[in-house]
Design a protein around this ligand. Structure first.
Ligand SMILES: *Cc1c(COP(=O)(O)O)cnc(C)c1O
Length: 234
């Protein structure tokens, strides 16, 4: 991370390393926590619900980085601090409603002076853009992105912080570079339309291509294999 950052004239401290712990047991997460990591990513609500019970003492930020089904939104809010894969207006509105309910409940259980804080906190979300045209499942298409941004900016219980993207897997990381650059350029275009301060976060880059992603402006990288080793194939 440091080498890639310095090549781009950036500081490694400005880049968040998210350890992607899917399909790895809770003990391994605890080991990486002890080694100093404070951000973890999981891509399934249920898997993380099962693991988190033994990790309740860790003070870390848990990212949902996988596709979220609308019937799991309320559970996702209990288990994650940020949803990095919002890809439709319908899903954003679901999360908005659930977060409103969640805050109301939280307010009922906290002391008076904490009330306003709990009520006003918006959930951090990132918008997932479909960088790989062949990946049919998740991510908003470029041409739908401005409408999604416009809609999400209206939702008071969401705090939209940036964009996330997964490029196609290509061995030669130089061939992945244009996808990362494209995500940054999409963000820059949105800034000229919606405000120069919006969407500071670019979550892009995985084990094999995070260096190129950092050179292209990633502020968060999502690394699984390079930290935990291979996942068990099922
Ligand atoms: C699994 C996963 C990663 C990590 O992939 P590695 O190649 O193991 O680093 C990153 N982002 C998302 C969305 C993932 O699902």
């Amino acid at each position: 991370m440091e080498r890639a950052a310095s090549r781009a004239g950036r500081k490694a401290e400005d880049i968040t390393l998210i350890a992607v712990s899917k399909m790895h047991p809770a003990e391994r997460i605890r080991e990486l926590y002890k080694a100093g990591l404070r951000h973890f990513g999981e891509n399934r609500v249920q898997e993380w619900e099962l693991k988190r019970s033994t990790l309740a003492d860790l003070d870390a930020t848990w990212h949902l980085i996988g596709h979220l089904q609308s019937n799991k939104v309320a559970r996702a809010l209990q288990a994650f601090q940020t949803i990095d894969s919002v890809d439709s207006i319908a899903l954003a509105k679901r999360i908005e409603r659930a977060k409103k309910d969640f805050n109301t409940e939280a307010t009922e259980h906290t002391e008076k002076d904490e009330k306003n804080v709990a009520r006003e906190m918006g959930l951090r979300v990132l918008l997932e853009v479909r960088l790989d045209p062949a990946a049919a499942k998740s991510g908003v298409r470029d041409e739908e992105l401005p409408r999604l941004v416009e809609a999400v900016l209206q939702l008071r219980h969401l705090d939209v912080r940036g964009l996330m993207g997964i490029p196609p897997y290509v061995e030669d990381t130089e061939k992945v570079r244009p996808f990362f650059r494209h995500l940054r350029e999409l963000r820059d275009t949105l800034r000229s339309r919606f405000g120069s301060e919006i969407l500071p976060v670019l979550s892009m880059g995985m084990s094999h291509d995070f260096e190129v992603a950092i050179e292209e402006g990633a502020t968060e990288i999502r690394v699984g294999t390079a930290l935990f080793g291979e996942r068990n194939k099922v």
